[in-house]
Design a protein. Structure first.
Length: 172
């Protein structure tokens, strides 16, 4: 080791990619212990990883059941798919109980968030349509503050949401 490198301890300068990232409770380390064929085994993980495992198990079980219906599976194949789905849900319930997580509540919360009315500030909107909308709002707020009508792009006197704007391709 050179004189230069002695002042740079590996622990301090080790790449960030190999160090765990703490995110409040999601980063709290958990240890999963089980008996493997070769002896006892431990896996160190965190709450967020267990949540992802539970979500994946439940989603896959749902997919297996859906496939049974979609493909009209019968007999042995249907029984195997349903048995796997049941086992996956049983495993996921163990993990859920272990960390105090509820998949069904998480899915319901996600559905509620998706059902909320989308805001006009959607970054996926087209830039010109968003710019027009912002300009119209600024003009309207100017009218309310000063008490007089602000000019919008000339003297046409046309309202921004008039019938002639329909079909122009501009979303307002």
């Amino acid at each position: 080791m050179s004189e230069e490198n002695r002042g740079l301890p590996r622990e301090k300068f080790e790449p960030v990619a190999v160090q765990p990232i703490e995110l409040e409770v999601l980063g709290t380390e958990l240890t999963i212990c089980f008996q493997a064929v070769n002896g006892p085994c431990e896996i160190r993980t965190c709450y967020g990883d267990i949540c992802k495992i539970v979500n994946t198990l439940r989603d896959y079980a749902r997919i297996l059941r859906m496939v049974c219906e979609e493909w009209n599976l019968q007999g042995y194949h249907r029984a195997i798919y349903e048995a796997h789905a049941d086992k996956l849900e049983k495993i996921s319930k163990k993990y859920q109980a272990g960390i105090g997580y509820d998949y069904d509540k998480a899915v319901e919360k996600c559905r509620k968030n998706r059902a909320k009315k989308q805001r006009d500030s959607d970054v996926g909107g087209e830039a010109m349509a968003m710019a027009l909308l912002m300009a119209q709002r600024a003009a309207q707020s100017g009218e309310k503050r000063t008490g007089h009508q602000a000019r919008q792009g000339g003297c046409s006197g046309k309202q921004p949401n008039s019938a002639s704007d329909e079909g122009s391709g501009v979303v307002v």
